[in-house]
Design a protein around this ligand. Sequence first.
Ligand SMILES: C[S@@+](CC[C@H](N)C(=O)[O-])C[C@H]1O[C@@H](n2cnc3c(N)ncnc32)[C@H](O)[C@@H]1O
Length: 225
Amino acid sequence: MMPKASSDYLPALRFSVLTPFYDPLVALTLRERTFKHELRRQADVEPGHAVLDVGCGTGTLAIWMKQACPAIAMTGIDADPAMLVRAKGKAERIGVDIAFEQGLSSHLPHADRTFDRIVSSLFFHHLARVETEKTIAEMFRVLKPGGLLCVADWGKPTNVLMRLLFWPVQLFDGFSRTQDNVAGLLPQLFRQGGFTEVAVQGSLATVHGSLAFYRAAKLSADGDG
Ligand SMILES: C[S@@+](CC[C@H](N)C(=O)[O-])C[C@H]1O[C@@H](n2cnc3c(N)ncnc32)[C@H](O)[C@@H]1O
């Protein structure tokens, strides 16, 4: 299903007119290099892996993953065509081969058991609960048994300051979409979606609140994570 318009999804900075400012804003305020390389490290990709970045935006994480391990088959999917234009342009300029696709996370256009790894950064807080549940089900479906889901997104604040700093994000992106993040409910939702060995792998303080790292496994056929 092709996304119709931004009524189907929340654009990166809520209003499409702000899209050109996305990359500089994230680089300046979110310790982007630190957290995206940490997420890449946690995903533990190996040559030959098929890797999907859901809500890939302008493609920074996908590009850094492909640069770090050129022998992976990297795919990025996002609902917003304007973000994908930027992602494709960046990948072309840098000279990395990544498949960028347009689509909704709740209806991934991939066959069952396609990917060894699924990664996602700053994405889940853009979804209402029902979309989160559909997205987790889709991620589980397209992940191979034995595969891993690795996520970096807003998490339960680690202290009062982090809680206060997250308020502007909630005002901007919406309280209903962000409440599962701030309540620390993502791990529970991953488990409900069939994932096992769900763990919070750490958090990072930013000027917009606590970023949390999550890791979840799909059991292999013989029962291993
Ligand atoms: C805050 S941006 C994060 C982009 C990128 N992952 C990063 O870390 O910089 C959230 C992205 O999710 C995308 N998005 C929102 N809802 C979506 C959905 N239902 N399906 C696919 N992409 C979606 C938006 O278009 C946007 O590019």
